[in-house]
Design a protein around this ligand. Structure first.
Ligand code: SF4
Ligand code: SF4
Length: 412
């Protein structure tokens, strides 16, 4: 048997590829290298070779799969609807199972229930990052440290949203269980503040259940199957009773939308999973949240891959920014990956930096100094590459700030 796990690339996924090559120009790693093995078609061919016993899962296979950003830009253009992201997660599960080297085992630990899934571990990481910011450790020539410069200012004792219960304002539409996110809650707390406030104003009872944990996306992307399954099972139980399950990070909402791969009760989560941008844009369109007066300031729109390519959510962030009174500005018609891509920023630093610099150049060319990004990893990458002259916020934060200003101005 060439494959060892139940998540391995499935024959129907591989057979779906008709090798047309339409995905190649959309693939960032193919565009950078021009190499077939760095393209979606090449990667699927490598998986098919293993599935047919022509090749094995070896270091070359690992190299080909590890270079993929898992951005899924190849999916929307594929006429055969190849589920590339799913197949790639399967390939990563296989490399993790068949080539279990020390770094991979360490990553599985850090990304699993005892790492990102552990509140104590996240608290320690948060404290270290907050102290690192104050000691200016981002100036050290160590990659993990330089990434601190992409973080917002982290309080030494950040407030947790876990346990928050907020009743709907006005007519009740339904209930929402909010996924706080592993580092999202401590490192990007303003996004969850805005989410709770806006969802309640939009007519939802909002609860951030304490029984939840990290969504498991990073574990799944790295092939850490046991960790991804365990985290998904915990969340499926924690979010069983709400009308909708909402995530404020694009990577998390995309992962929730594929939960049936990771836990038996995942289908029930998939059906109710929404990205926050969809719920807020719907509320604005329905008049349950107001459209604010124009303010003649431009906002550059950065499309996180797991919003644009994985979930095909394109209009909603723009609609939210527009409703806040700003003028959304396009920076990249292809929505190319910014290079953050979860832990890719650490595992493939050169390619990540190349893509990060390209994205920063696109923002600079737009002339806007405020950037809307709906994913924490992208936000960090943008801030690291743009520097302090630019502000990067989640679209719902931009809207919530504008709404608060309008209420203050009205004396409400
Ligand atoms: S677009 Fe789809 S069918 Fe065509 S080569 Fe790419 S993955 Fe295969
Ligand atoms: S997921 Fe992204 S990097 Fe990977 S093959 Fe598809 S387009 Fe290329």
């Amino acid at each position: 048997m060439p494959w060892e796990t139940s998540h391995a690339p499935r024959q129907h996924e591989l057979d779906a590829c008709v090798t047309c090559g339409l995905c190649l120009p959309k693939c960032p790693t193919f565009r950078l290298t021009g190499s077939e093995s760095a393209s979606p078609r090449g990667r699927l061919a490598a998986m098919s070779a293993v599935a047919s016993d022509i090749a094995i899962v070896d270091s070359r296979f690992d190299e080909i799969m590890s270079f993929c950003l898992q951005c899924r830009a190849c999916e929307p253009v594929c006429p055969s609807v190849v589920p590339f992201g799913r197949a790639m997660e399967g390939a990563r599960a296989e490399t993790a199972a068949q080539l279990p080297h020390r770094a991979r085992k360490l990553r599985a630990l850090l990304l699993g229930p005892n790492g990102l899934g552990s509140r104590a571990a996240v608290r320690v990481a948060t404290l270290l990052a907050a102290v690192g910011q104050r000691l200016r450790l981002d100036k050290l020539p160590v990659r993990l440290m330089t990434r601190i410069s992409g973080l917002r200012r982290i309080p030494l004792a950040p407030q947790s949203h876990l346990g928050v219960l907020r009743s709907s304002v006005g007519e009740r539409i339904g209930s929402i269980g909010l996924l706080a996110g592993c580092v999202q809650d401590s490192w990007f707390g303003g996004v969850n503040d805005a989410a709770v406030e806006l969802l309640a104003r939009a007519g939802y009872d909002v609860h951030v259940p304490t029984g939840q944990t990290c969504c498991g996306a990073l574990a799944a992307h790295d092939g850490a199957v046991a960790g991804a399954e365990s985290l998904a099972a915990i969340n499926a139980a924690a979010f069983s009773e709400y009308d909708l399950v909402v995530a404020t990070a694009a990577g998390c909402s995309a992962h929730l939308a594929g939960y049936s791969e990771w836990t038996q009760s995942g289908a029930a989560v998939e059906d109710r999973a929404r990205d926050i941008t969809v719920v807020i844009a719907d509320a604005i369109a329905a008049g349950r949240l107001p459209t604010l007066p124009p303010r003649n300031q431009e906002v550059a729109i950065q499309d996180p891959c797991h919003l644009r390519h994985a979930q095909r959510i394109i209009n909603e962030p723009r609609a939210i920014v527009r409703a806040a009174g700003y003028v959304p500005v396009e920076i990249d018609p292809d929505g190319m990956c910014c290079g953050a891509a979860g832990i890719y920023v650490l595992t493939n630093p050169e390619t990540s930096d190349e893509l990060g610099n390209k994205k920063a150049d696109q923002v600079r060319a737009s002339g806007a100094t405020l950037v809307a990004s709906a994913n924490p990893g992208c936000e960090m990458q943008l801030r690291t590459n743009l520097g302090t002259a630019y502000e990067v916020k989640h679209p719902i934060e931009i809207y919530a700030d504008a709404l608060r200003s309008s209420y203050r101005a009205a004396g409400a």
